[in-house]
Design a protein around this ligand. Structure first.
Ligand code: ADP
Ligand code: MG
Length: 320
């Protein structure tokens, strides 16, 4: 049912960056320790992800492209405490309905790899690959011109893609990541500790002008860096907030940050932060939207208070 997939794709596949995010999450779910991303023309022409994860067996390739075929959920209960990033089992099917998709994969122990094109009645063909999976998406929206019109310029779409890779890089410093656009290498990140990775992504200037945040209160912990406006010379903008390892755009946290900075940061700029909030998974609903950048806290007031005080206290403390 191509139409249903294309409709579902409208929710998941907003732009190249949303495809990229889903593919990256699949690679992580597969236990990858090194991921390479190749993009062409902002990701509209090509997104190719090469990973070193567990791979997909020949018989599972077609299933991976089928709607609601997920290997990650076996009961409704799992939805509550889903540990993996993707779980709806529709990302690949959705992408396959609005772009040319292919999977090349070699399961551990298999004598060679298999490649499957995401086309009706396609059969796996033998392929050459040492290990892991290569997912290739070409020509996004080639068959849905109405959607294609909503794509922005190449540089805008690329900027969104680069952001998706950066967010992932920040949450998984243990994973090696590289990004190439139109044949030009943007970065190549070796596995690192969290601090090193933050410096790799946000720059040494940010770290130099930021205060270290560390706070705990009951089921809540906050860690990371927040810009100190009195030390910032020309620090980058950018708010990276992660809840239980997921990048989020959250009104509650955003408001708590603005309040905490109200007396120190002037103008309308958003304070640059890289913050990791951890909370008991039972106290947060992460399934509000398929694109999954929204969360809903059981007790949003408590989260607001916690973030506000943690940041305000740190900014007010004398510099060591
Ligand atoms: P979901 O991630 O929600 O299960 P997807 O449509 O994103 O659904 O992926 C479907 C299935 O394809 C996954 O459950 C997984 O078994 C397999 N898969 C996708 N990408 C990879 C990958 N890079 N490595 C290994 N398996 C993968
Ligand atoms: Mg997925």
């Amino acid at each position: 049912d191509l139409l249903i997939s294309q409709i579902a794709a409208g929710e998941v596949v907003e732009r190249p960056a949303s495809v990229l995010k889903e593919l990256l999450e699949n690679s992580l779910d597969a236990g990858s320790k090194a991921i390479q991303v190749h993009l062409e023309e902002g990701g509209v022409k090509l997104i190719r992800i090469t990973d070193d994860g567990c791979g997909i067996a020949k018989d599972e390739l077609a299933l991976a492209l089928t709607r609601h075929a997920t290997s990650k959920i076996t009961s409704l209960d799992d939805l509550e405490r889903v540990g993996t990033l993707g779980f709806r089992g529709e990302a690949l099917a959705s992408v396959a309905s609005v772009a040319r998709l292919s999977l090349t994969s070699r399961e551990r122990g298999a004598s060679h790899a298999w490649k499957l094109r995401g086309e009706p009645a396609a059969e796996p063909e033998p392929a050459a690959l040492m290990a892991g999976t290569v997912v290739e998406m070409r020509d996004l929206y080639f068959n849905t011109p109405a959607r294609r019109k909503f794509l922005k310029s190449e540089s805008t779409e690329f900027a969104h893609c680069a952001d998706a890779v950066r967010r992932l890089a920040l949450t998984r410093p243990d994973v090696a990541l590289s990004l190439t656009h139109n044949g030009r290498s943007l970065f190549q990140l070796a596995p690192a500790d969290a601090g090193r990775r933050i410096a790799d992504i946000l720059g040494e200037e940010f770290i130099g002008a930021a205060r270290n945040i560390e706070a705990v209160s009951g089921p809540l912990t906050l860690a990371g860096f927040a810009i100190d406006p009195t030390r910032a010379t020309d620090a980058k903008d950018g708010q990276y907030v992660f809840v239980n390892g997921r990048f989020v755009r959250d009104k509650i946290i955003g408001h708590a940050l603005r309040e905490a900075y109200r007396d120190v940061l002037h103008g309308s700029r958003q304070p640059a932060v890289c913050l990791f909030l951890n909370i008991d998974p039972a106290l947060v609903d992460v399934n509000v939207h398929p694109a999954k950048t929204e969360v809903r806290f059981r007790d949003s007031r408590a989260v607001h208070q916690f973030v506000f005080h943690a940041i305000q206290r740190t900014l007010a403390a004398p510099v060591r």
